[in-house]
Design a protein around this ligand. Structure first.
Ligand SMILES: Nc1ncnc2c1ncn2[C@@H]1O[C@H](COP(=O)(O)OP(=O)(O)OP(=O)(O)O)[C@@H](O)[C@H]1O
Length: 306
């Protein structure tokens, strides 16, 4: 058996690396929508997404998955969700894509007009169906690996990491999460992208109260293990927007998608609205088209000359 060397000499990799820098293709990135280009999802990347309960982590990640799969018809995805069966996850996407109330879809109370509106949404989901696999319980990493292998997945979603069981016995929750992160890194080393959702702990807000408000949450809020923050290339939190006066049961809420860690770039935050009744995230300020941007710049120029 040939043993893998534990080091690599720089002169052995230099020529290939130089050639790649000068003539190589840009790295593959999954396109999850305009205004979200800073969210680097591609082969070999591990992203961590946390947030207080009900802020829309699952909704955001599933919207990203469906958008990326629609934009790239070679993208294959494996989803492990410990809380919701595939049908419920698909219904949320149907609601978003068809702009039809999720309640009416779930309660099977659709009228003729709503059914018509869903036609195109069903087509979008049908187009990605043979490239999308859902892991069945028990949610173990072994089952995740089997499911991912079955379609040769490029992207694995773990929703959520504290409840996905690694192989072997572990003394406590922390040991178990450490082992899960270790396996996730190995999926990434094999060329997969992994998005891991995570519970976060409460922190103290400005008035010293224990809360999930954005001001107190940080990388250390990711539950259980510092391995999570070290093992991830990028880490994000979805939190209520700083000036939001939203009530817990509002249909639409303003949220910030904060980037706490970005291994290969500048951390960037973005403001979003989350329409819970359609499970849809949108940019709080839509991205300007190039033409619109040019027009704005030339008007600004005219003001400058005046
Ligand atoms: N039919 C519906 N109509 C309106 N809001 C809904 C509906 N179904 C779910 N919601 C709300 O949408 C949000 C669901 O978000 P999602 O499940 O993505 O959150 P999460 O951050 O993953 O949550 P958790 O950490 O609790 O699992 C919750 O706030 C939930 O109350």
């Amino acid at each position: 058996m040939t043993e893998r060397q534990t080091f690599v000499r720089c002169d052995r990799l230099f020529d290939d690396w130089q050639d790649d820098v000068l003539h190589g293709d840009p790295p593959r990135r999954f396109d999850i929508g305009p205004g979200l280009e800073h969210i680097r999802l591609g082969p070999g990347m591990v992203a961590l997404l946390g947030g207080s309960p009900g802020m829309g982590k699952t909704a955001f990640v599933m919207q990203s998955v469906v958008s990326a799969m629609s934009a790239d018809d070679t993208l294959r995805v494996c989803v492990a969700n410990v809380e919701m069966p595939p049908e419920r996850l698909l219904e949320r996407q149907l609601s978003r894509l068809g702009d039809v109330s999720l309640d009416d879809i779930q309660n099977r109370t659709l009228n003729a007009r709503q059914r018509d509106k869903l036609d195109a949404a069903f087509d979008v989901l049908d187009d990605i169906a043979d490239r999308l696999v859902f892991v069945r319980a028990p949610m173990t990493l072994e089952n995740v690996a089997d499911a991912a292998d079955s379609i040769d997945a490029d992207l694995i979603v773990l929703d959520y990491i504290q409840r996905i069981r690694p192989a072997g016995k572990h003394d406590d929750k922390r040991g178990s999460v450490d082992a899960t992160m270790d396996s996730i890194r190995r999926f990434a080393d094999a060329g997969c992208c992994v998005v891991a959702l995570s519970a976060v702990g409460r922190s103290k807000d400005a008035k010293g109260r224990s809360s999930y408000s954005g001001e107190g949450l940080s990388l250390a809020s990711f539950r259980e293990s510092s391995e999570l923050e070290y093992g991830a290339d990028d880490a994000y939190l979805i939190v209520p927007s700083a000036n939001s006066d939203a009530e817990p049961d509002d249909a639409e809420i303003d949220v910030s998608l904060r980037q706490l860690k970005s291994r290969y770039g500048k951390p960037t935050d973005v403001e979003l609205t989350f329409d819970r009744s359609r499970q849809r995230f949108e940019l709080a300020e839509p991205v300007m088209s190039e033409e619109h941007q040019r027009l704005r710049d030339s008007i600004a120029g005219l003001w400058g000359e005046a």
